[in-house]
Ligand binder design. Structure first.
Ligand code: ZN
Length: 182
């Protein structure tokens, strides 16, 4: 029988050595740090879809390197920074991590190599790593390619005229102030 793998408690050494893979789908509510980025409730957020692949890379004259390949995506409603209404952003993460024996090795390698280095764990929370990666992949400035409603730009727009005729609340306030001072 195949051993049941728990992505919250992954033995990364075995996972890589046996070239195991795992995939899954989770509701956004189960990813609280990511769910914080959600804007409004007008659009449903997609599930978080993820997969993990373990990999060991033979090294001449040394022990195999341990790697974890991670891919994840989620459709996340965020706030468009132009029109301030929800925009559905597809957030994708695709990254590989190399695991090393201890913190000291990781710190030493961090300066030397381009790759992302983590410390080997026999009880690794891969779902938390997926959440981190998706958060890092969020768009800095969420924007619609084309905002759903153009802002009223011309006086020919009936809504614009209605807005223009409405008394400006600050103007009213200023009027009250000057009334009081006289
Ligand atoms: Zn917009």
């Amino acid at each position: 029988m195949e051993k049941k793998l728990n992505p919250r408690h992954l033995d990364v050494v075995n996972f890589a050595r046996d070239a195991l893979s795992l995939k899954g789908e989770g509701m956004l509510a189960d990813w609280p740090r990511l769910a914080q980025e959600l804007f409004g409730s007008a659009m449903p957020a997609g599930p978080v879809v993820w997969q993990l692949q373990g990999r060991s890379v033979p090294q001449p004259g040394a022990s195999d390197q341990i790697w974890l390949d991670l891919q994840a995506r989620v459709d996340l409603p965020m706030q468009c920074q132009r029109c301030l209404t929800p925009v559905l952003e597809t957030v994708k993460a695709d990254r590989s991590f190399r695991f090393v024996a201890d913190e000291a090795t990781a710190a030493a390698l961090d300066d030397e190599v381009e790759e992302d280095i983590l410390v080997i764990s026999r009880d690794f929370d891969a779902l938390s790593l997926i959440e981190d990666e998706l958060i890092l992949s969020l768009p800095l400035v969420p924007l619609h390619e084309k905002c759903p409603e153009a802002l009223p730009m011309s006086a020919a727009d009936p809504e614009f005229e209605a807005a223009a005729q409405r008394p400006n609340p600050f103007g009213v306030l200023a009027g009250l102030k000057s009334d009081r001072s006289t």
